[in-house]
Design a protein around this ligand. Structure first.
Ligand code: ZN
Length: 591
């Protein structure tokens, strides 16, 4: 009898089961994660359908070179498995679908940041799951066998498979969209659910963004000046300081009522401070938040940062000499956006040139010397930005040993487990050190008897086993909890400045619900600047202030934006959520 290898041209016995195993093998590397996502209810079935279609592509080489089926399947399968691990692992840790913004953060982090991140979320159970997942692929690979088709049928099948996996979607988008770039974006978005396109598409999109950002500096120079700029303090000497913190949730500051004394120095200064207690960030990520805080962009107009002046530019136009002191890494690609803003300043102090963000020699106290130097500069009008590393993870790298103050259970909520306790305590210690840095900046500033003010706010918060979701650690826009958004916002103003202002009264402003996305209006108001772009209803300290929804979420998907008050505490009773929680707990144990 003739074997199936040489099926006669007339009657063809197609090995459907063989084709089925091939497809199942390739589908496995995208389908498993997509199935988990669909089952958990995080997203619908669309991703699963797209992943299934895109997986059909890999049958083509196997049909073209049937004699090499096992080798080709092995090589392609290994690549698909490796590329799919990030999405698989991300789902296990977060219970969320790997998104483009995660990929951005991945590419924009340097090696040390990535290692830090892995350390934060590493657990043996995830390694075990990844190996088991690979083992499943290997078992399927053993089932893959050559399928021989007659030559003409092979070509027809390959065309069909290509059309199904790529061609149809490409043509559809090309016809549907009026511009090619948009069609490419949509096409990429559709295939990116499948391994290995996730990473390839992410990288391509990231390179495009980077190009945009590099163009930003050039375009900032083209932006027309503010219209009808009037300065209430024109011609008078003044020094205005903006301190930008990092990953600090105000719930953990005793200044905001936290039971542990984490801000003893600011507590002492309380009488000289205006403490605003209802400010939230629009986004829980540094760049995404500061892109709005430092420009006229907000959640409803996310791209305005491209066409309107930044805060540095505003202050320069008002005649201030501008300084940028940062303890954040600036040479990483992730910080391109911030580097762009900083480069607009007249003078920069880039303190953190370490390759590794986690060193025991790069504390925020390093900003104090350059700050003193800037204060001593004889320019009459100065605008100083101080950008701190604050309480960014990993927390125990943020403070020197003498600030290792909170080490036991006292003042810790009962919900914090023994395994979580060291992390919980190290965050409080980081807040304690941050208190020292911020209060030292205020004291050094005060010592120069300036005319001006210092404003401190954090870029975003951080969840460190805080109520009302005591199991959550870190930040995730896809699964928001309130501690990720609530930030400290305090103002110290000098007696000289207050005298000039005829003792401005802030009592009406202190509890106003406010999004830091409108910060530039508050700053301009405080600085006594008026211009056509200024909107007093967006100023926290204006009599004309108007309450607005505190929009959070990704503004590139406007429908996904929600009001901060609509964040619901996560229900741990949900079975799938429980699974994720167990993973999280396993991860925490390894820290
Ligand atoms: Zn940040």
């Amino acid at each position: 009898m003739a074997t199936t290898k040489s099926a006669p041209a007339g009657r063809i016995g197609i090995d459907w089961a063989g084709l089925g195993w091939m497809f199942l093998f390739f589908w496995y590397f995208s389908g498993v994660t997509q199935t988990l996502i669909a089952l958990s209810g995080v997203a619908g079935l669309q991703g699963l359908r797209q992943a299934s279609m895109a997986s059909a592509l890999w049958l083509i080489p196997l049909l073209l070179f049937p004699a090499r089926t096992r080798l080709l399947a092995g090589v392609i399968g290994t690549i698909l498995w490796l590329c799919s691990l990030s999405g698989f692992g991300y789902f296990l840790v977060y219970g969320q679908e790997f998104s483009q913004s995660v990929i951005f953060i991945m590419f924009e982090s340097n090696v040390s940041e990535a290692t830090e991140y892995l350390g934060h979320y590493f657990s043996w159970s995830i390694v075990f799951a990844a190996v088991a997942y690979g083992l499943g692929g290997w078992l399927l690979w053993r089932k893959v066998r050559p399928v021989y088709l007659p030559r003409q049928m092979t070509l027809a099948a390959c065309l069909l498979l290509f059309g199904l996996s790529m061609g149809y979607e490409a043509v559809r988008q090309y016809i549907k969209r009026d511009d090619l770039q948009r069609a490419v974006d949509e096409f990429e978005e559709n295939i990116e659910v499948a391994s290995p396109w996730q990473l390839a598409v992410g990288y391509h999109q990231y390179r495009r963004q980077l190009g945009n950002m590099e163009g930003l500096l050039a375009s900032q120079e083209q932006i027309p000046p503010l219209k009808n700029l009037v300065d209430a303090h024109a011609g008078q000497p003044s020094t205005l300081v903006l301190v930008i913190g990092e990953s600090t949730n105000r719930q953990r500051l005793s200044l905001y009522g936290y039971s542990r004394p984490t801000t003893p120095n600011l507590d002492k200064l309380r009488g000289e401070l205006q403490v605003f207690d209802n400010v939230v960030t629009p986004r829980p990520y540094t760049i995404e938040a500061l892109q709005q805080v430092l420009t006229f962009a907000d959640q409803e107009h996310p791209n305005l940062y491209l066409s309107t002046p930044s805060l540095v530019s505003v202050m320069k136009q008002a005649g201030y000499k501008t300084y940028w002191i940062t303890n954040q890494q600036t040479m990483t690609k992730r910080n391109t956006m911030l580097t762009t803003f900083s480069k607009q300043a007249d003078e920069q102090f880039y303190l953190n040139n370490n390759r590794d963000q986690n060193t025991t020699s790069q504390y925020d106290g390093d900003v104090l010397d350059p700050f003193a130097k800037v204060l001593a500069d004889d320019a009459p009008r100065k605008f100083v930005v101080v950008h701190l590393l604050g309480t960014h993870m990993r927390y125990h790298y943020r403070y020197p040993e003498e600030f290792d103050h909170f080490t036991d259970r006292s003042g810790v909520p009962a919900s914090v487990t023994d395994d979580q306790l060291p992390t919980y305590n190290s965050y409080d210690n980081a807040v304690l050190y941050n208190d020292y840095v911020v209060s030292s900046l205020i004291e050094r500033f005060r010592a120069t008897d300036p005319s001006g003010f210092l404003l401190y706010l954090a870029d975003h918060g951080e969840a460190v086993f805080d109520a009302p979701d005591p199991k959550v650690l870190g930040r995730n826009e896809g699964a928001p909890t309130s501690p990720m958004y609530t930030v400290p916002f305090i103002l110290w103003s000098s007696p000289k400045w207050q005298a000039q202002q005829q003792a401005r009264d802030f009592t009406a402003s202190l509890h106003r619900p406010y999004s830091s996305s409108h910060f530039i209006h508050t700053w301009a108001d405080l600085a006594g600047l008026r211009f056509d772009e200024f909107d007093p209803s967006k100023s926290l300290v204006s009599a004309e202030f108007r309450e607005r929804p505190l929009l959070i979420g990704n503004p590139q998907q406007p429908k996904s934006l929600i009001d901060f008050s609509l964040i619901k505490p996560k229900k741990p009773v949900d079975q799938d959520a429980d699974l994720v929680q167990q993973e999280r707990e396993a991860k925490d144990r390894t820290m």
